[in-house]
Design a protein around this ligand. Structure first.
Ligand code: ZN
Length: 350
């Protein structure tokens, strides 16, 4: 589509209004401090923070690990199916308000099973929230089970076995948590098994880790999308391949800023990736911890990088719909809505 020229001052409104998919959101990372405290009270737990404000003040991260330490502490309040439902519901309400038409939601079963919470409690609560959101909020949502890469492949296999009776409730698997020192190869066998099971495959690669991790995510794990992938710019051959194969990158600007991958959003390389022809998407990662949901990621990035314009906005939203794991008919319908949204903005100029 030839994207109409839309004045720069109308970009925030356009970015908020455009229909889009979110493909990189960890549901445990959507737990707001208020909900953490409410769930702690409901479950009769004592938190090591005096107040919501004290917890929020602890969200000053220096790197991925400093975030993960607090993230796992926050998730410890989740015990019952209703807790998982309430967490996912809160996210889906926020996403629907951001005009997210489809979300593919990561969850970390090992964070919960290690605390004695059965995997069906986790999956059933999240799945019910997704099903209800479809009818009550008009947003489509599905689940992707992520393996924690700082744990062993045997642990991932055990988790997969526990999850198999629930296989109709998630569409794929991913790989998250501490990246450096835990290359994709570590999970080659479990990903091969998931591939045989017909699950979609994604993996975090090239957030803090080197381009080599992106190569092995593609060639060893055979993933369909790369989560983050921003370090690809350091490898020209990899950039060419990602562009040629239209491998989607689920980039998370505010996460990258907060975890000091790009301490200043103005230095973020998303525009460079996009202009090299990569299928870049914008996502929120862990919105409760990184200062914003999807529309905040879009509006803050576009404000920080003035060269980003309506054409880029269209491409980013289009890419997110294209890279979704949904039937082509759904993609077509949403992309039609996207086009109509941009035409509406062009018609109401001046
Ligand atoms: Zn992530």
């Amino acid at each position: 589509m030839k994207v109409p020229v839309i004045p720069h001052q109308r970009l925030p409104e356009l970015l908020r209004a455009m229909p889009k998919a979110e493909l990189h959101i960890h549901i445990e990372g959507s737990l707001e401090p208020e909900l953490i405290f409410a769930l702690a009270e409901r479950n009769h737990l004592t938190l090591p923070y005096a107040s919501v404000e004290a917890l929020r003040d602890a969200y000053a991260f220096t790197d991925l690990q400093s975030f993960l330490d607090i993230y796992y502490a926050g998730a410890s309040v989740l015990l019952h199916e209703q807790d998982f439902y309430d967490m996912a519901r809160a996210y889906l309400v926020r996403a629907a308000a951001d005009n997210v038409v489809h979300a593919e939601i990561f969850f970390d079963p090992q964070t919960h099973t290690a605390r004695g919470v059965p995997i069906e409690v986790v999956v059933n609560g999240l799945y019910r929230a997704c099903a209800d959101a479809r009818t009550e909020l008009g947003i489509s949502a599905s689940l992707i089970l992520c393996f924690l890469r700082h744990l062993s492949e045997d642990d991932a296999f055990a988790t997969l076995e526990q999850a198999l009776p629930l296989q109709d409730k998630f569409i794929g698997v991913g790989l998250d948590s501490s990246e450096v020192g835990h290359p994709p190869e570590k999970f080659a066998r479990v990903f091969a098994r998931c591939r045989d099971l017909g699950l979609h495959l994604v993996a975090h690669a090239g957030e803090e880790g080197p381009p080599a991790y992106i190569w092995s995510a593609l060639d060893v794990l055979k993933v369909e999308r790369i989560d983050h992938g921003v370090q690809a710019v350091h490898d020209a051959q990899l950039m060419q391949r990602l562009a040629a194969e239209r491998v989607a990158l689920t980039v998370c600007p505010l996460s990258n800023q907060k975890l000091c991958v790009f301490p200043d959003l103005a230095d973020h390389n998303l525009l460079q990736l996009l202009e090299a022809g990569l299928a870049v998407t914008v996502n929120s990662d862990d919105p409760a911890y990184f200062g914003g949901y999807l529309n905040d990621n879009f509006t803050q990035l576009f404000a920080a990088v003035p060269a980003l314009n309506a054409k880029h906005a269209y491409q980013l939203a289009f890419n997110s719909l294209e890279a979704s794991f949904v039937p082509q008919a759904d993609k077509n319908a949403w992309q039609h809505q996207l086009k109509a949204c941009f035409e509406r903005f062009a018609d109401h100029q001046g």
